[in-house]
Ligand binder design. Structure first.
Ligand code: HXC
Length: 513
């Protein structure tokens, strides 16, 4: 028995070395942690249970039978984060560059199946040279097996991807189908075709970083939801994110202990400027409402005219969608509509109540927007809110104009409670533009056209640039003082906690994609 135990121990020791010490050193020189170090850092201490540590590939071509490493380039298993079960896979770049073989894919699929059947989040730490070149189509099949599972798990369990090295070719489509993609600056990149192919096809000279680095994907393409400066920060971000999420769509997200007091926040009274054309930072409103330091922003540097993220309110997780007057005056455009819609759908799938903070002057005009399908993309946000059955509450902090009023979680599309601050302006359009259209003849016939215009603008503003017309019709449930907002919201979400909506049966809707 002793010799058998010795054999096992020797094998297990080997598994820890991946592709060997020299390659581990190389990984460290690149300022990257190894797969095992990443898993250890991510999970609660001592909680990791590895599955399939002794798996090796089955390839005999190209002399591969003589190059076998335990684990075959991916560490898989389960453990806990913040005390809750998660499944994890971490690609090991020290073994064939973390490339995906048939067996490597089988290991990932095994834990994906477990995560789905048990109902717990799955986290993938990607660091791979793509398809194992020596395996050809078997590797492509392995990718497709993973993609298929990503889709089956979508909306059932949270799926999180971290890109911590290369992620190229078709390999990008697994992270793309998960709920959140996090990237590490300088050491990770994602693209469908790399710089060499780009050069051949379009003659553009571009580096990997410029083509698909973390900053590009977090600001230009929106592929990355969050960026970290190094591996440790990225893993920390994942741990934080998991605090807001339920284990599966059958669960509610866990609450933190919180003792309520009177919950008045005076700071909220001084944020919105007197002049309705002056910008202010909606982050201040968010911070004024939520539990201290609890905001976890998603897509921070992408489509900054809308803010989305998670927070705790009285200890309970909520999702926030808020117009940002600091950027493009908070208008809705193609990118912000897509960003908002995806976030709303995630929250709805995973029972996370939605808070909307609204200050929106309308949709962004222009050929760029029209030709890039603001019609279809704006409709995504409208659709996403309309189909959401989680508790939904809106606070209009200033402007709610035009179609954007309807879209931003209005009562008409199923919001549960709609509040407005006393300075709110809820109208078809701004008073100046409205006066120009409906009083066109009077203005052009007037001796002093400018004065007439101003008079009519004031008349229109008096009538509509306030929350009372909407409140009289019940489109606004209550006009509230800013300082009372947090208290009102805690009460409203608590009142809505057991909300249930039964929709007519359908296979699935047809969101305008
Ligand atoms: C097998 C691979 C590999 C791969 C890297 N390696 N990529 N082995 N299949 N795809 C091996 C290398 O031979 C090397 O082995 C080790 O991993 C580290 O690679 P290096 O090149 O030394 O590392 P680095 O300089 O950091 O460059 C990393 C890299 C480069 C940029 C990822 O290795 C590379 O370009 N690899 C090929 C990428 C690729 O074309 N993949 C296929 C894409 S098609 P040793 O023994 O020296 O340590 C694809 C389709 C998926 O993925 C479709 C899904 C639908």
């Amino acid at each position: 028995m002793d010799s058998k135990i010795k054999t096992l121990n020797e094998k297990l020791e080997q598994t820890k070395l991946g592709g060997g010490q020299a390659r581990i050193d190389k990984q460290h020189q690149k300022k990257k942690l190894t797969a095992r170090e990443r898993v250890t850092y991510l999970l609660d201490e001592g909680s990791f249970e590895e599955i399939g540590a002794l798996v090796t590939h089955r390839t005999k071509d190209f002399g591969m039978e003589n190059q076998k490493f335990y684990g075959d380039g991916v560490v898989t298993g389960y453990g806990t984060v913040n005390g809750k079960l998660i499944y994890v896979f971490a690609q090991d770049f020290t073994v064939f560059g973390g490339s995906l073989s048939e067996t490597h894919a089988e290991k990932i699929c095994k834990i994906m199946d477990m995560a789905l059947n048990v109902g717990a989040p799955i986290v993938g730490l990607n660091d791979s040279g793509g398809a194992r070149i020596q395996e050809g189509v078997r590797s492509l099949g392995g990718y497709a097996d993973i993609f298929y599972r990503n889709v089956q798990s979508s909306g059932v369990i949270p799926q999180i991807s971290a890109i911590m090295g290369p992620c190229a070719g078709g390999a990008v489509y697994s992270p793309a189908m998960t709920d959140f993609t996090l990237m590490v600056q300088d050491t990770s990149y994602m693209f469908v075709t790399g710089p060499n192919v780009v050069k051949t096809v379009t003659n553009e000279e571009i580096t990997s970083e410029e083509l698909g680095g973390a900053s590009v994907h977090s600001s230009k393409s929106g592929v990355a939801h969050k960026t970290a400066t190094n591996d440790v920060e990225c893993l920390e971000d994942i741990k934080q994110l998991l605090k807001y999420l339920p284990q599966s769509n059958k669960d509610k997200p866990a609450s933190l202990d919180y003792e309520l007091s009177d919950e008045i926040r005076e700071t909220l009274s001084d944020i919105v400027p007197e002049s309705s054309n002056k910008p202010y930072d909606m982050h201040q409103v968010i911070e004024g409402i939520i539990d201290e330091n609890s905001f976890y922003e998603i897509h921070k540097d992408y489509a900054e005219n809308i803010i989305v993220g998670f927070a705790h309110l009285g200890g309970k997780p909520i999702g926030i969608v808020a117009n940002q007057p600091m950027f493009l005056a908070g208008v809705l455009d193609v990118d912000s509509s897509r960003k908002g819609a995806r976030f709303v759908r995630f929250c709805d799938a995973f029972n996370i109540p939605l808070l909307v903070l609204e200050d929106v002057p309308g949709f962004l005009p222009g050929t760029d927007q029209e030709w890039n399908a603001i019609i279809t993309n704006g409709a995504k946000l409208l659709y996403a809110f309309s189909e959401a059955t989680v508790p939904r509450v809106t606070v209009i902090t200033r402007k709610a104009y035009g179609g954007a009023y309807d879209v931003m979680n209005s009562k008409h599309i199923g919001a549960d409670m709609n509040f407005a601050w006393p300075n709110a302006e809820i109208a078809v359009m701004g008073a100046k533009g409205a006066a120009e259209i409906i009083f066109k003849r009077e203005i052009s016939n007037a001796e002093d056209k400018e004065a007439k215009w101003k008079e009519k603008e004031a008349e229109y503003a008096q009538l509509f640039a306030n929350p009372y017309s909407a409140a009289e019709r019940g489109f606004i449930d209550e006009v509230i003082l800013p300082k009372n907002t947090r208290r009102k919201l805690i009460k409203a979400f608590s009142m809505l906690e057991n909300k249930e909506v039964i929709r007519p049966h359908r296979k699935h809707g047809n969101i305008p994609l």
